[in-house]
Design a protein around this ligand. Structure first.
Ligand SMILES: Cc1cc2nc3c(=O)[nH]c(=O)nc-3n(C[C@H](O)[C@H](O)[C@H](O)COP(=O)(O)OP(=O)(O)OC[C@H]3O[C@@H](n4cnc5c(N)ncnc54)[C@H](O)[C@@H]3O)c2cc1C
Length: 509
């Protein structure tokens, strides 16, 4: 290797794969490469990080190591602050270039990237950042964002580097979760974060499990099996969105070759599924465009409405699955044990905390973030705010947990499997167990009265929505973030049209 040859550091962040990895391919064409992962203790001490995510990451890194070794590359893992790590690499290797995907993640990584950028500029180091999953940095307008995204998905997959020259560098010992200060969090059915597992899950979903996805995604009885369960793999970049999108396209094509009777269910399911991949990026785009939505209400008129009323006792009841509403409590217990729950139940858990219990979403969002193995800040905070009524551009939807129970677990099998104390409760009372107190068996009474709490919350939210200036601000939010096919000028030209557009559901649930 020539002394002054440029050394290309490929900084793996949330793209822990060698497949469909443009950064890896282009860096390998530029000269010898050093594939690097930086394990940052300060990141892992943030309030949204958890044991389950760390465990998943360890699997993903092990798997990445294997993928790279088949390309004759050694993954180098360094422990510490990113700038210190780059600084010491610079001392050793003199001419460095850094290659990575852009990261749209939490506030901490956002600030870290700003600091690394500053350091790179000061040290005349070129840091080449590539757009990730169709999310656009410095987006000027949301018009036509979706069509751009589809164009991105239709591009061919990136091939693996044909040959790559690696640079040897020793790795640091990976600390245990405990040594990093991450406590065990009650999970006992964690998904394995390897690439092999991601491919297996995708194949399995597209050959069998996904057929009734459309019908079965909403009930927690069926969703554990009928949803793809790819979310943590997408969040850590073990598989790319485009790889999944292409697999769906292939599946759609293959349906044309089989008898119509064997196709039933697939058409709708694949359509719903593909649009969710777009939503994934649509929500991350919001955080990219406005990082403050992690901590602040998207619509400022909601500032202060919940903050002074945070009731710790109610928060504890919700966190531990002891609210007295079986559907809420069973979902919380399932989430604690498995790191996953389906979309509708995530929405219900959030809605119950934000409306019925009137808890400000910041604390509850952190609790849920830690419980989700698939924690993805862009989706998470956008959804949390939607389900808490603070975006100003979505219709207010307050989930009644009793109705959700009867609709999505009519026989109480999900509830009974997570709340054994209700094991002998007759089915007709399973979602209103307080009506048969002699069978409660230690299960708590409701912490609030459902209808009263729901109506009170709705009243407070609608009062804010009626205040002067609310619609004007909502219009600006819609222009910046709204999901749309047409331009806002066409849709929002007249004041009387505005309300129907702004108040519509931004995305179908
Ligand atoms: C309050 C709340 C918080 C959420 N937080 C997260 C989060 O931190 N990380 C996360 O990945 N998802 C989050 N979601 C969205 C959704 O619930 C999960 O993506 C989904 O349940 C993951 O399971 P799956 O992979 O089996 O999904 P599938 O239904 O099989 O969908 C496939 C993929 O599409 C994407 N997707 C599905 N639904 C949505 C959606 N509504 N919005 C955006 N993308 C979607 C995900 O990447 C998912 O992996 C949240 C939803 C709510 C209501």
């Amino acid at each position: 290797m020539e002394k002054n040859q440029i050394k290309n550091v490929v900084w793996f962040k949330r793209d822990l794969r060698s497949h469909d990895n443009l950064v890896l391919l282009n860096a390998s064409k530029n000269g010898p490469i050093l594939p690097l992962y930086i394990l940052e203790p300060e990141l892992w001490s943030q309030g949204d990080m958890s044991y389950r995510q760390y465990t998943f990451l360890m699997n993903s890194l092990g798997s990445l190591e294997k993928q790279l070794s088949s390309l004759n590359l050694d993954l180098v893992i360094k422990l510490g602050n990113a700038i210190d790590v780059f600084d010491s690499l610079k001392q050793k290797h003199i001419s460095l270039e850094i290659w990575s995907y852009q990261e749209t993640w939490n506030n901490w990584t956002f600030r870290r990237d700003l600091a690394v950028k500053k350091w790179a500029n000061r040290n005349n180091i070129n840091w080449r950042e590539y757009p990730r999953n169709g999310v656009v940095r410095g987006l000027k307008t949301r018009d036509f964002w979706a069509s751009q995204w589809y164009k991105e998905m239709k591009k061919p997959l990136v091939e693996l580097p044909k040959s790559a020259v690696g640079i040897y560098e020793s790795s640091d010992q990976l600390p245990s979760a405990k040594a990093l200060g991450i406590e065990y969090d009650g999970i006992y059915e964690i998904q394995n974060g390897s690439r092999i597992e991601a491919e297996k899950i995708l194949n399995d979903f597209l050959s069998v499990r996904g057929r009734n996805y459309n019908k079965e995604m909403s009930s927690p009885v069926t969703a554990f099996n009928s949803c793809s369960r790819l979310s943590p793999y997408l969040a850590f970049g073990v598989i790319s969105i485009r790889e999944v999108y292409k697999a769906i396209e292939r599946k759609k094509m293959s349906l044309n070759e089989i008898e119509p009777s064997s196709r039933s269910g697939w058409g709708r399911s694949l359509k719903s599924y593909a649009s969710r991949l777009r939503w994934h990026c649509h929500f991350i785009q919001k955080l990219e465009d406005e990082p403050r939505i992690e901590t602040e209400n998207l619509h400022p008129s909601f500032d202060g409405i919940r903050e002074p009323f945070f009731d710790l006792t109610l928060f504890e009841a919700w966190k531990s699955g002891n609210t007295g509403y079986p559907m809420v409590d069973a979902c919380m217990k399932a989430l604690i044990a498995t790191g996953w729950i389906n979309f509708r139940m995530r929405a219900m858990l959030t809605s119950f905390a934000s409306y019925h219990l009137w808890l400000h979403w910041r604390e509850t969002s952190l609790w849920l973030a830690r419980l989700f193995t698939d924690y993805e800040p862009g989706i998470h905070y956008s959804q949390i705010q939607m389900q808490s009524g603070t975006t100003g551009i979505n219709s207010v939807r307050i989930y009644n947990p009793i109705k959700q129970g009867f609709d999505h677990d009519p026989n109480g099998e999900f509830v009974k499997s997570w709340l054994p104390s209700l094991g002998t409760m007759p089915t007709e009372y399973i979602h209103t167990p307080w009506e048969l107190p002699e069978k409660l068996n230690g299960y708590p009474h409701p912490v609030v009265e459902e209808r009263h709490a729901r109506e009170l919350a709705a009243k407070k939210i609608y009062e804010v929505r009626k205040t002067l200036g609310f619609r004007y601000k909502a219009r600006n939010i819609y222009e910046k973030h709204g999901s749309r096919k047409r331009s806002p000028q066409n849709t929002l030209g007249k004041r009387d049209k505005m309300s129907s557009v702004i108040l519509q559901k931004e995305l179908p649930l």
